[in-house]
Design a protein. Structure first.
Length: 241
C-alpha cells in the first residue's frame, strides 16, 4: 500500500519511493551520504523540520528520511527539483555539482539591504565555528589560508603543526575572516577579526582547548600546536534582499 501524508486541504503528499527504516516517529539517524548531508544541512539552515520540508515538497516524511539517511539514495530529478524549491537552493547544489566552484557566482539581487553588524552579532556568528580564513604576512608576501577553528573565551583558537604557514602567526597581528554565502538568494554575511596571535604553551590550557575544540583539522595528521587570536576589533556586515 502506498503511504499518503496530507499536504494542505484535500491534497495528498507523494510517496516518491520506498520508506525503509520503520516508523517515522523513531529517532533520526545522522545523514550518511553526501546527498543526505546536503539536504539535512540546508533544511536545518532554513529552520525546517523533516516533516515540514517533506510536506512542502509533496512527499512522505519517511521518504525524506530515507534520502537523508541512506548513502545509496538516488532520487529522480523531479524529486530534487521539489526539494530544491522548498530549501531555497538549486538541484546542482543538492547534487554536489558545484562543490568545486567558488561561492558567489550568482547575480546581485535587484533590491538589497546592506547593514553593519554589531559586535555582539559578529561574535554570535563567529561562534558558529567551522572554517575561517587566516590572513598573515610572510617573507614571501601576504598569505590567506583556511583553518578549522573554535571560539573559546571569546578568542579564536585553532591547531596546526609547527612547520606550517599558520604557525608563523605566533607573535604577530593577523586577520581572521568567516562568512556564509547564499548563492540562490544572493545574500550573506562576513565577520572580520583583527588581533594578535600567539602560541598556547601551558599544558593545562592546551588540554582545556583540546577538550573544548569544536572540530579537528581537516588536514589530518599531528596538529599539536595551538594558536590563539586575541581580538582587538571584531566587525562584520550583512547583505539581505
Amino acid at each position: 500500500m502506498t503511504a499518503q501524508v496530507p499536504h494542505g486541504p484535500g491534497k495528498p503528499a507523494r510517496e516518491d519511493g520506498p520508506v525503509p527504516g520503520g516508523k517515522e516517529g523513531t529517532a533520526d539517524r545522522p545523514p550518511r551520504g553526501d546527498l543526505g548531508r546536503r539536504i539535512a544541512r540546508r533544511r536545518t539552515e532554513r529552520g525546517l523540520t523533516r516533516r515540514e520540508a517533506a510536506l512542502r515538497a509533496e512527499m512522505a516524511p519517511g521518504y525524506l528520511r530515507y534520502l537523508e539517511e541512506q548513502p545509496g539514495a538516488a532520487p529522480d530529478r523531479g524529486v530534487l527539483l521539489r526539494l530544491a524549491g522548498v530549501l531555497g537552493t538549486t538541484v546542482s547544489e543538492l547534487a554536489g555539482g558545484d562543490v568545486d566552484l567558488p561561492p558567489g557566482p550568482g547575480r546581485a539581487a535587484r533590491h538589497i539591504e546592506f547593514t553593519e553588524l554589531t559586535e555582539q552579532e559578529c561574535r554570535d556568528l563567529l561562534g558558529t565555528h567551522g572554517v575561517g580564513r587566516l590572513a598573515l604576512t610572510t617573507p614571501a608576501g601576504p598569505v590567506v589560508v583556511p583553518v578549522n577553528y573554535s571560539v573559546v573565551d571569546e578568542t579564536v583558537v585553532f591547531r596546526t603543526d609547527s612547520g606550517t604557514t599558520p604557525a608563523q602567526t605566533s607573535g604577530h597581528r593577523v586577520g581572521f575572516e568567516v562568512d556564509r554565502i547564499d548563492d540562490v538568494l544572493s545574500q550573506g554575511w562576513s565577520v572580520l577579526v583583527r588581533g594578535r596571535a600567539h602560541a598556547v604553551t601551558d599544558p593545562d590550557e592546551v588540554h582545556r582547548l583540546a577538550e573544548q575544540a569544536h572540530s579537528t583539522p581537516w588536514a589530518g595528521g599531528r596538529r599539536d600546536l595551538w594558536i590563539r587570536i586575541e581580538p582587538d576589533t571584531v566587525t562584520g556586515r550583512r547583505i539581505t534582499v
